[in-house]
Every structure is written in structure tokens, then in C-alpha cells.
Design a protein around this ligand. Structure first.
Ligand SMILES: [Fe+2]
Length: 242
């Protein structure tokens, strides 16, 4: 099993993820030992007062890759951001200070966990006009969205792709979140499963258990699509059809 992880807080000292280079390397080693060979670094941009800009992401991603090469660990880290949808987000995208996944068409976005403070539908249309495709991080964690399935379906029709968290799949994020994640899985609405790792322990970087659970419940082709094929297409900026 080879895994590509499109959502990680692996860059050291910039958001609520890894706090040091040593911790990042522990996380990467753990990911490598669990089959991950490609990982997109997605520090927060917007929300909780984090705004890790593109220049910082590129610099730190380069440093991590140099360190991995020095240690002979065959894992590549790609630049990216997890962008909180706010009324300012569009300006940040226009100003080119946020980093899309591997600097190509896909933007990983998150919504507020409580009352939304932006119009996600118009944001999607505007991003699409700028040539970006959106990947919505962990929809199963937004209760208001999961209770409003029509809006979620509308977003999908407009080309938004969904990324579930691995810990949601096997229940570590609570029963309700697990229920929502599997509802999305059964409806074939999920395009990616990723770690959203913040440390070795908190939402860890290990994805082999999620891969095996998905393979058991939904078949190995689905596990491969969600944890390798689609992530690699995202990294390469290729069209994703399932
Ligand atoms: Fe995240």
C-alpha cells in the first residue's frame, strides 16, 4: 500500500500543528512507516489568527525535503495551505499570498465550525472563475452542513470535492462525526481521505489503519482511489472524476 496524504499540519512552528523540526521529522517518519510517500503541507491560512503565507510555506517545505533527503527517507512534502473561508479569502487568493496544493489548481478550504461567516456558494463560483477547484476539508465535522444536505449536494454539483479525515472514518472524532463520514462514503461523495495530522498523537499522520478500514468496508479499489490515486492527481493538478 502506497499512500499520499493531502492534508497535514506538518510544517514546524507556524500553526497549531507541529511545534518543532524534531516533531515534524517524528511525524514524517511515522507517516513513512505507515505507507505514506507523498504529503501536502497545509498550514492554516485564516481563522484562529493563523495566516501562514505562500513564501513561508515554500521555504519550510523546501527545508523539510532537504532534511528528508539527508536522512534518506523516501517521502516528498509538497506546498499547500488549508484556507479558512472568510470574506477576505478571495482577496488573499487574488493577491497570490495563499498556496494551492503544489501550487496548481486545487485549493484546500475549511469552513467555520459554528455559524458560517461567509457565503460558500459564491466563494466557490468566484474561485472557479479564477481557475481554482476547491477541496472541502472534513465536511463531516460541520454539523450545520451535514444537517443541510441540499447545500452540500449543490456544492458538489458546482465541482467542490470532499476530503474526510481518517480519524472520522474509524470513530476517534466521535459517533456523530463517524456516522456523517460513512453517510458521505456510502453516497459516494468523498474524493479523498487524509490525516489532517497535528502531531504524532493528535490526529496522527498514520493512514494505514484508515486504508485498511476503507478497503474492508468499501473495497480496496475505493481505498486506493481515496488515499492514493485522487491525492496524486490533486498534487499533479490533474482532473479528478471520482
Ligand atoms: Fe487541518
Amino acid at each position: 500500500m502506497i499512500i499520499a496524504d493531502i492534508h497535514s499540519h506538518i510544517l514546524p512552528g507556524v500553526d497549531d500543528g507541529s511545534s518543532s523540526l524534531a516533531q515534524s521529522l517524528d511525524m514524517l517518519e511515522e507517516a513513512y512507516n505507515n505507507g505514506t510517500r507523498h504529503m501536502v503541507a497545509t498550514p492554516h491560512f485564516g481563522g484562529r489568527s493563523f495566516a501562514v503565507n505562500k513564501d513561508t510555506v515554500l521555504e519550510l517545505t523546501g527545508e523539510l525535503n532537504e532534511e528528508l533527503a539527508r536522512r534518506d527517507i523516501n517521502l516528498t512534502v509538497y506546498p499547500g495551505n488549508e484556507i479558512r473561508c472568510t470574506p477576505d479569502t478571495l482577496n488573499s487568493i487574488k493577491d497570490n499570498i495563499v498556496c494551492s496544493a503544489n501550487q496548481n489548481r486545487y485549493l484546500l478550504v475549511e469552513l467555520p465550525f459554528d455559524q458560517p461567516d461567509c457565503d460558500i456558494e459564491s466563494l466557490v463560483l468566484n474561485c472557479a472563475e479564477m481557475g481554482h477547484s476547491l477541496v472541502l476539508a472534513h465536511p463531516e465535522r460541520y454539523q450545520y452542513l451535514m444537517k443541510d444536505f441540499k447545500t452540500l449536494e449543490k456544492l458538489l454539483r458546482r465541482g467542490v470535492l470532499l476530503q474526510c479525515n481518517a480519524d472520522s472514518i474509524y470513530g476517534l472524532a466521535g459517533r456523530k462525526v463517524k456516522h456523517y463520514a460513512h453517510k458521505l462514503m456510502r453516497k459516494n461523495m468523498v474524493s479523498f481521505v487524509a490525516s489532517d495530522c497535528h502531531s504524532v498523537i493528535q490526529r496522527g499522520p498514520q493512514l494505514s489503519a484508515a486504508y485498511n478500514t476503507i478497503a474492508k468496508l468499501y473495497g480496496s479499489d475505493t481505498a486506493n482511489t481515496l488515499l492514493y490515486d485522487n491525492p496524486m492527481r490533486m498534487i499533479a493538478g490533474k482532473k479528478i472524476t471520482k
